[in-house]
Design a protein around this ligand. Structure first.
Ligand SMILES: [Zn+2]
Length: 708
C-alpha cells in the first residue's frame, strides 16, 4: 500500500528554529501539580542548566491550561490558573524555544459515556480500561478521538499560545485495536477483517501492517498541517522512530520530520552501555543532518517504572555522553513538578554546563565514519515477525559490539536509503542478516560494490524479497560467490571451523591474529551453500557437529570438509565478505574472542583503506569522529566498566593512555588541538596528513578537538 507524498518540503530560505536548541528540558506535570509546584524554581533551573529549549505539559489526558474544548479534561487542581501558559511565558523570557506536550493515549469516564466508540477495543471485543490507572480508558489512536478531538485540542493550543510545536507522546496507540472504526476502515482499505494473528505471512496481518502505518502518517500530517496553519514555524513532533524493531517507516519519518527526539530514557535489563549511541545512529540514518534530541530519564527505567526515582550519577553520565558522542542533543525529562528526590539536579547541571562550554565543537556538520551498518525494518516486519528480536536484532547487536570492540567509527544505514547520494560517504556496508531486500535494493548494493565499496553480509542476507517471500537463490549471489543450496542447518551443537591458513597459498588477512589456531567454534545456524565456479579458496571450512555426550563419544566424525564457511571476494570494484552462518548473532550470545577477531578482520580487509581515526590503548571505547564548520572532533567514550553489559554503573573507572591518530581531510591544517573534557592541551605530533594526539587518561568521556 503506497504511503502518500510527504508534506511540503522544508523551505531552506527560512531555516526555522529547529537547529538552534542544543539542550532540552522537559517538565511533565502531574494532575495535582497546579497550585502546588513552584514554576519559578523550574525556570531558574532551566536557566542554570543553560537549557535553550523546553517541552511543557499542555493537554491530552489532562489539560494544564483553561481549555474550552468540550470533554478536554482540565486538571482538577487547575482552579483559575494556567500553569502551562505561565511556564511558557517564563521560557520565552529566557529566550528559549518552547513546545507543548500532549498525551492522548488515555481518557476519562465522561468521554467514554459521551463517545464510547472513541475507546480502544481488545481482541476479546471488550473496551480497554487503562492498565495502570483503571479509572481511565485507553483510547483508539486511529479513529475520531485522535483525528477529530485531538485535532481540536492541538488547534486550540497552537492558536492560543506562542508555541514552536506540539510534541505528541503515546499518540500512536497502545496495541492492536478492534473498535468499530478500525474494523470498518481496515475493511474499506483492504477488503479484509482485522487480523487475529501476528504472523506476517497471514494476508490480513500483512495488509494491516501497511494500513496501520498509512493511518498513523495520515494523522501525523493532519496534526502537522493544522498546527502550521495557525503557526507557520511550528510543527507536530511525533514521539516516534528507532531501529529495525520500531513501528513507523523511518524513511518516511525522515522525510516528514524537521526535528525528532529519541525517547530511550535509560538502560534496562541487560542492555550494553553503548545503546544510546545506537539510538542516535538509527535516528540519524533517516534524518541525516536534522537535529535529534536524546531524551533521558534522571531515574531508573525498568519495567516496574519507578518514575520518581533517581539514577546513579555514573550511569546518568555514561548514558548522556554516549548520546552526545553519537550526535544526540541532550533532553532531560522529569515527571512531576513536585520533587521527591533532588539528587539529580546537580548531576544534570554539571553535564549541561560542560555541554554548554563545549557547544561550538558539538554542532556537527557530518560524521566522518566510513563504515555503515545497515538496519532493516522490512526484515524485522516480514522475516522476523514475533521473533524479530532474535532473528534480526541480535545479529545487529553482535556486529555492533564487534565494531565497538574493534574501535571502528561507524554509522547506521537504513536499507530503504541506499541511493548513491546517501552511500557516497561510505567505504564499507555491513549487512547483518538483512534477509529481506528487493531486487532494486540488491541492484543498489551491486552498484555500490561496482563503484569500489566493500560489503560484508551474514547468514540469510538477501534470501527473501522485501515482502518476505523466499527466493530460489540469494539476491546477492553474484557478489557473495555463493549459491543457496536449499537448506538452513541448525541449531548446530559442537560444530567447528577449520582455519585454512594456506588456502590461497598465503596467510589470509581474515585469519590475522589466529595464526596459532587450527580451528575455532562455529555458529549455531548455517545456510547450506554451494560455491560459484570462480570463488577463491575459503579460509574457513566446516567441521560438522559431533556428539557432545557421553564424553566417550566426543570425537570428530569428519575432520575436514570442503564446505566453505566464509567467502572473501575481490571483485573488479570493492571487496565482499559473506559468512553463511550466524557469526554476528552468536557473537552477541557467546562473545567469543575468535569471532570478534574474524569480524574485525573482515571489516579491515573489506574496507581496504586506513581508518579515519585509529585509537590504541587499553579498555573498551566507543570512537566517533565528526566534522564541524571549523573543526574536527573525535569523541572517546570510556565503556570499560564491570557494569558495561548491565547497569547501573557504580563508579566511573579511568582508563590509561590512548594514542589517537587522526587522518586530516584534504589539505587541512590543524591550528589548535585541545582535550575538551580534561581541559588541557595534549601532546601532539603532526605528520603529512595526520595528527597524532596522546590522551593521558579518560574517565567517562574525552573529546579531541582539532581546529582547522
Ligand atoms: Zn480503533
Amino acid at each position: 500500500m503506497a504511503i502518500g507524498p510527504p508534506v511540503l518540503a522544508f523551505d531552506a530560505s527560512d531555516a526555522g528554529w529547529f537547529d538552534k536548541p542544543m539542550r532540552w528540558a522537559q517538565l511533565t506535570l502531574v494532575e495535582n501539580d497546579p497550585g502546588r509546584f513552584d514554576p519559578a524554581f523550574w525556570l531558574d533551573y532551566f536557566k542554570r542548566t543553560h537549557a535553550d529549549a523546553a517541552c511543557l505539559s499542555a493537554g491530552g489526558v489532562v489539560a494544564y491550561y483553561p481549555t474550552e474544548v468540550p470533554l478536554h479534561h482540565r486538571s482538577s487542581w487547575l482552579g483559575n490558573g494556567d500553569p502551562f501558559g505561565d511556564l511558557l511565558a517564563g521560557c520565552r523570557k529566557l529566550g528559549m524555544v518552547a513546545i507543548a506536550r500532549t498525551d492522548p493515549h488515555a481518557t476519562h469516564q465522561n468521554v467514554y459515556d459521551a463517545h464510547p466508540d472513541w475507546i480502544a477495543v481488545g481482541a476479546d471485543g471488550q473496551k480497554r480500561r487503562h492498565w495502570a490507572s483503571p479509572e481511565l480508558w485507553v483510547t483508539c489512536a486511529l479513529g475520531p478521538y485522535n483525528f477529530e478531538f485531538m485535532t481540536e485540542v492541538h488547534g486550540e493550543i497552537a492558536s492560543r499560545y506562542a508555541v514552536d510545536g506540539i510534541f505528541g507522546n503515546r499518540w500512536s496507540g497502545s496495541g492492536m485495536c478492534y473498535c468499530e472504526h478500525c474494523q470498518r476502515n481496515f475493511r474499506a482499505a483492504s477488503g479484509l477483517a482485522l487480523p487475529r494473528t501476528t504472523d506476517p505471512r497471514d494476508p490480513a496481518r500483512h495488509a494491516y501492517l501497511a494500513w496501520h502505518q498509512q493511518r498513523l502518517f495520515e494523522l501525523w500530517r493532519l496534526w502537522d498541517g493544522e498546527i502550521r496553519k495557525l503557526k507557520p514555524q511550528a510543527r507536530f513532533i511525533a514521539n516516534a522512530g528507532g531501529g529495525a524493531l520500531s513501528e513507523l517507516d523511518m524513511k518516511t519519518v525522515g522525510e516528514i520530520a524537521e526535528i525528532l527526539f529519541a525517547d530511550r530514557q535509560a538502560r534496562q535489563g541487560t542492555m550494553p552501555l553503548w545503546m544510546n549511541g545506537k539510538n542516535a545512529k538509527e535516528y540519524r540514518a533517516a534524518l541525516g543532518r536534522k537535529p535529534i534530541g536524546g531524551i533521558f530519564s534522571v531515574g531508573i527505567e525498568e519495567p516496574y517504572r519507578w518514575k520518581d526515582s533517581v539514577q546513579s550519577e555514573a550511569e546518568l553520565r555514561a548514558w548522556v555522553v554516549e548520546g552526545t558522542a553519537n550526535g544526540l542533543r541532550p533532553w532531560f525529562t522529569k515527571f512531576s513538578g513536585t520533587l521527591y528526590d533532588k539528587r539529580w539536579l546537580d548531576r544534570v547541571e554539571r553535564l549541561y554546563a560542560w555541554h554548554h562550554a563545549a557547544e561550538r565543537y558539538l554542532r556537527n556538520e557530518r560524521p566522518l565514519a566510513r563504515v555503515g551498518l545497515v538496519y532493516s525494518q522490512q526484515t524485522a516486519m516480514f522475516y522476523g515477525g514475533d521473533r524479530a528480536r532474535q532473528r534480526v536484532e541480535d545479529h545487529t547487536l553482535g556486529f555492533y559490539q564487534a565494531l565497538i570492540e574493534a574501535r571502528v567509527p561507524f554509522e547506521m544505514v537504513h536499507d530503504r536509503l541506499l541511493d548513491p547520494d546517501r552511500l557516497g560517504a561510505f567505504r564499507l556496508l555491513i549487512l547483518p542478516n538483512i534477509a529481506c531486500l528487493s531486487d532494486r535494493q540488491c541492484d543498489q548494493l551491486r552498484a555500490f560494490v561496482r563503484g569500489g565499496g566493500g560489503l560484508i553480509a551474514t547468514h540469510e542476507t538477501s534470501l527473501y524479497d522485501d515482502q518476505g517471500m523466499r527466493r530460489a537463490d540469494f539476491g546477492l549471489a553474484d557478489l557473495f560467490g555463493a549459491r543457496f543450496a536449499g537448506r538452513i542447518d541448525g541449531p548446530m551443537r559442537n560444530s567447528y571451523l577449520r582455519l585454512e591458513h594456506e588456502a590461497a597459498g598465503r596467510r589470509h588477512p581474515l585469519l590475522a591474529g589466529l595464526e596459532d589456531a587450527p580451528r575455532i567454534i562455529n555458529g549455531v545456524w548455517r545456510v547450506d551453500v554451494t560455491t560459484a565456479a570462480a570463488a577463491a579458496p575459503s579460509p574457513l571450512t566446516l567441521i560438522p557437529s559431533y556428539p557432545d555426550l557421553p564424553m566417550e563419544m566426543v570425537y570428530p566424525r569428519t575432520d575436514r570438509t570442503d564446505k566453505p564457511q566464509v567467502f572473501a571476494q575481490q571483485t573488479s570494484g570493492g571487496r565482499v565478505v559473506y559468512f553463511p552462518w550466524d557469526i554476528d548473532r552468536v557473537f552477541w550470545e557467546v562473545l567469543s574472542v575468535d569471532h570478534g577477531r574474524l569480524l574485525a578482520n573482515a571489516v579491515d580487509w573489506a574496507a581496504n583503506e586506513e581508518r579515519p581515526v585509529t585509537v590504541s590503548g587499553p579498555g573498551m571505547l566507543d570512537v566517533t569522529i565528526w566534522r564541524q564548520k571549523q573543526s574536527l572532533t573525535v569523541h572517546l567514550v570510556n565503556l570499560t566498566n564491570p557494569m558495561m553489559m548491565k547497569g547501573p554503573i557504580r563508579e566511573l573507572l579511568p582508563i590509561g593512555e590512548q594514542r589517537v591518530r587522526i587522518k586530516l581531510p584534504d589539505a587541512a591544517k590543524p591550528s589548535n588541538v585541545q582535550l575538551l573534557v580534561a581541559n588541557q592541551k595534549p601532546r601532539v605530533t603532526e605528520s603529512s596528513g595526520h595528527v597524532d594526539v596522546i590522551v593521558p587518561s579518560i574517565l567517562d568521556h574525552e573529546v579531541v578537538a582539532v581546529d582547522l
